[in-house]
Design a protein around this ligand. Structure first.
Ligand code: UDX
Length: 430
């Protein structure tokens, strides 16, 4: 099948390359000349393990093509996926201007029958607006249906999530569109949820809101466990063994970040508000997440005898989670801001997110590795659980630091072992 993806972020580029790998002819439309020229050479604009290899393989096999021009791709495509960004506006509402802009550009090039499917996370009702826009601008003879096919991939494991998703959600009112989309997804294993557009749009928000709720619940239990002298990690481990609950997304830590969870709970809150429903539970989820970040600053202060002023703090990990260079809504931004406010001098290291971090974090020192960053530090804080941080020579770290203090915001070190080495150690919920 010939298909098009508009947008080459995590969702667009990963899905496009997976569908190309499955034997389809795939066009990817972007709007930055330099990025499109790079993509043609197999140079990708994001960091995602395995993505460059699969893009290069399919460029070489002439199954994936990149263009700036809608007329190269749309007329010959059976399915056109919209996969552009929907960043939050100041009030939390999703900014849909890119989605509608793209719909306007697709419409004039539609021929025959095409399914226009949205992969971007969009509020309920958006696909109906896309339909109206296209209806006004399409050639008279062209026929189309709209569909919502939300994406659930996680950064860092996006390729495997796309080949082996837990579920494939297809929301459309048209049997013809549904059949075409099912046929396209056929080689991918997963539970199919065939439904209407509104339900599909809502499934994505509900899934991300629930994941965020689980994490904030874990952070609250971890916090309370600390107050009563219980081992929060053991509590959560035991709770997660109940099959009805499950152990995923119950790790307490420095808070959740990224391009989806924080933005999607705000957008869902906003959707609820427009319908007159006060989704108080989600407000708390957001509040607890902010507290989890603040708690890292408080713990740091505690270890530094009540004052951050003029203390040197080494931060390991900046991206919102490991295996990505994505800094969007990374807890490190908020936490480093809090530490700087207290007068601390900050040194940081991240294996891949340094370039992106430099655009956001100012007035701090970027170190070249895990050992340089801790030199003369009064405190070490771990904010991202990169595997390479788990393997560090802690004896060497201790020698390099001025004071052997650790705030382990992702619980990657063994408290007993670390304390045995002479560190003063604080984790989350331990
Ligand atoms: C998320 C959803 O998981 C995915 O299905 C959706 O398509 C996009 O949003 P992603 O943003 O890539 O994916 O990251 P995810 O793995 O969900 O992690 C989000 C944040 O939660 C990270 O900051 C991570 O550190 C944090 N987290 C996750 C925890 O603090 N504790 C956990 O137990 C799990």
């Amino acid at each position: 099948m010939t298909i098009t993806f508009i947008g080459h972020g995590y969702v667009g580029l990963v899905s496009a390359s997976v569908f190309a790998d499955l034997g389809n002819t795939v066009w990817v439309i972007g709007h930055t000349k330099e990025k499109i020229e790079n993509l043609k050479k197999g140079i990708i604009p994001i960091y995602e393990p395995g993505l460059e290899e699969i893009v290069r393989k399919n460029v070489k096999a002439k199954r994936i093509f990149f263009t700036l021009d809608y007329k190269d791709a749309i007329p010959e495509s059976s399915v056109v996926f919209i996969a552009v960004g929907t960043p939050p506006k100041d009030n939390g509402e999703a900014d849909l201007s890119a989605v509608f802009e793209v719909a306007k550009k697709i419409a004039p090039y539609l021929t025959g029958y095409t399914v226009v499917a949205t992969k971007s996370t969009v509020p309920v009702g958006t696909n109906r607006k896309i339909k109206e826009i296209i209806n006004q601008l399409k050639p008279q003879k062209a026929e189309f249906d709209i569909a919502s096919v939300p994406e659930f991939l996680r950064e860092g494991q996006a390729i495997s999530d796309t080949f082996h998703p837990d579920r494939i959600v297809i929301g459309t009112e048209s049997k013809q569109a549904e059949n075409l989309l099912v046929e396209l997804h056929k080689p991918i294993d997963g539970n199919y949820v065939l439904t209407n557009i509104e339900t599909a749009e809502m499934i994505k928000y509900a899934a991300n809101a629930f994941l965020a709720t689980k994490i904030s619940f874990a952070n609250s239990i971890a916090y309370l466990s600390g107050l009563i002298g219980a081992d929060g990690l053991k509590v959560l481990e035991a709770v997660g063994l109940d099959k009805r609950i499950g152990s995923y997304f119950l790790s307490p830590g420095a808070g959740f970040g990224g391009s989806c969870l924080p933005k999607d709970i705000k957008a869902l809150l906003n959707i609820a508000k427009t319908k007159g429903y006060d989704f108080g539970l989600l407000k708390e989820v957001d509040k607890v997440n902010n507290q989890a970040m603040k708690e890292i600053v408080s713990k740091s202060k505690r270890l530094l005898k009540g004052s951050l002023d003029n203390k040197t703090i080494a931060v390991l990990g900046l991206s919102f989670k490991p295996n990505t260079d994505d800094m969007r809504d990374a807890p490190s931004i908020e936490i480093i801001g809090g530490l700087k406010k207290g007068g601390a001098k900050i040194k940081v290291y991240d294996p891949v997110a340094m370039e992106n971090a430099k655009k956001i974090l100012k007035g701090i020192t970027f170190s070249k590795d895990c050992y340089q960053v801790v030199e003369d530090a009064d405190l070490l804080i771990v904010l991202t659980e990169w595997n390479e941080f788990r393997q560090l020579d802690l004896k060497k770290i201790k020698k390099l630091m001025r004071k052997p203090n650790i705030v382990d915001g992702r619980n990657i070190y063994d408290p007993k072992e670390t304390r045995k080495l002479g560190f003063v150690y604080l984790g989350v919920g331990r």
